[in-house]
Design a protein around this ligand. Structure first.
Ligand SMILES: [Zn+2]
Length: 152
């Protein structure tokens, strides 16, 4: 599924992406993405996506697509967040404000694209069992440069 979305979203860069399904997120938070250190052994950009594990199939694909849109925003440097959590979008500085955050240009883009991609995925009649390896396992599977983990 992640590969399917990467193609649709148009991310061509080789990334290191870990997707972790977890039941530890607060209820209101369906998923989030962090960019982890590039590290000196590799120049691959690394991202970790955390997704609430008890979502319906549709919601899960929507959240994954949403977070992958954020990955593209980071990769293209449209969205940048520095060490002190300053946000800049297309070169313009924004100050973090949780009320505003939902309606920010990067969230609007991720919301609408995420929803549309999830719809496309269900129209293409692909189900996620093809994409998630080893359900209920804590072991991360290496799949190309992807690491797909599932816990809980
Ligand atoms: Zn978002």
């Amino acid at each position: 599924m992640a590969n399917y979305f990467l193609d649709k979203i148009g991310i061509e860069e080789d990334l290191h992406l870990a997707i972790k399904f977890t039941s530890d997120l607060p209820e209101y938070l369906l998923g989030f993405v962090i960019q982890s250190d590039t590290g000196y052994t590799s120049n691959l950009q690394k991202f970790k996506i955390f997704i609430q594990s008890n979502l319906s199939e549709f919601k899960l694909s929507e959240v994954l697509a949403h977070e992958l849109v954020h990955v593209r925003q980071y990769v293209e440097r449209k969205l940048e967040i520095d060490q002190s959590s300053n946000i800049s979008w297309m070169g313009r500085r924004y100050f973090y404000n949780s009320n505003f955050h939902r309606f920010s240009p990067w969230e609007k883009e991720a919301h609408s694209e995420g929803f549309n991609l999830a719809r496309q995925l269900s129209n293409d009649d692909l189900d996620m069992s093809h994409f998630i390896i080893g359900p209920k396992s804590n072991i991360c599977s290496q799949y190309k440069s992807w690491e797909i983990c599932r816990s809980n």
